[in-house]
Write a protein that binds this ligand. Structure first.
Ligand SMILES: Nc1ncnc2c1ncn2[C@@H]1O[C@H](COP(=O)(O)OP(=O)(O)OP(=O)(O)O)[C@@H](O)[C@H]1O
Length: 217
């Protein structure tokens, strides 16, 4: 689905060849500052690498309209984007962006419940807590019916128990809707449990290469 060739990003990452297959679960691991969020942004064309090619379903993403790509490959950043208005507005705006039919009230209520967000759809979204906003943004992304979900530390603002429920729900949706999931996590245990593929950015770190080379002299 994604194929990266001869990529160099920000003097940070160098990837000669990397394929992320369709309908797979891929975890991006790496220490803080290793470029995990940057790589996610590269995948939906929010950051252009300094060198190299990225293909999405065999088409170079530089030839794709970025808006079209972002409708198929939907990203939820680490700090979720919440729009002015109600929870309902925030859930509906995703499908407006995707030019799809708005989800029904029942669908909205049901996904909120699944993500343990027991709230009135008419409540102002700005007042939600950080963890609630994160779940709202994930629910919105799922309701957009994407082909790929790009999640940047989707449970970083959640307590352990809620994080477990949210991860399980995300995985259920991914399986039910035959999506691909690419997510950043610091949790190696979780990656080992759920991932079909793991991208450890330590392998691609230019900084590590420099350190290794220096070490050899
Ligand atoms: N827009 C930008 N311009 C310049 N440098 C940037 C930009 N965004 C990120 N960086 C730098 O790139 C490096 C990687 O950042 P990134 O956010 O991708 O790391 P990360 O692995 O996701 O880290 P964390 O686990 O702490 O979230 C950092 O050193 C950061 O300062």
């Amino acid at each position: 689905m994604y194929k990266l060739t001869n990529i160099k990003i920000n003097e940070l990452i160098k990837i000669d060849n990397l394929t992320i297959p369709e309908q797979s679960i891929t975890c991006i691991l790496g220490h803080s500052g290793s470029g995990k969020s940057t790589l996610l942004k590269v995948l939906n064309n929010m950051i252009t690498p300094d060198e190299g090619q990225i293909a999405y379903k065999k088409q170079s993403i530089s030839d794709l309209d970025p808006i079209q790509l972002r409708r198929k490959s939907v990203m939820v950043p680490q700090t979720p984007v919440i729009f002015e208005g109600t929870i309902k507005d925030n859930l509906a705006i995703g499908s407006t962006f995707s030019e799809k039919e708005h989800p029904s009230i029942d669908e909205m209520n049901s996904i909120l419940e699944e993500f343990k967000l027991i709230k009135d759809l008419n409540e102002n979204a700005i007042n939600l807590s950080g963890g609630e906003k994160q779940r709202l943004a994930i629910a919105r992304a799922i309701l957009m019916n994407p082909e790929v979900l790009l999640l940047d530390e989707p449970t970083s603002a959640l307590d352990e128990e809620t994080a477990e429920v949210v991860v399980q729900k995300i995985l259920e949706y991914v399986k039910d809707k035959n999506l691909s999931l690419i997510f950043v996590t610091h949790n190696k245990e979780l990656a080992a449990q759920v991932a079909d593929y793991t991208i450890d950015l330590m392998e691609f770190s230019l900084k590590r290469e420099k350190t290794t080379n220096e070490g050899n002299h």
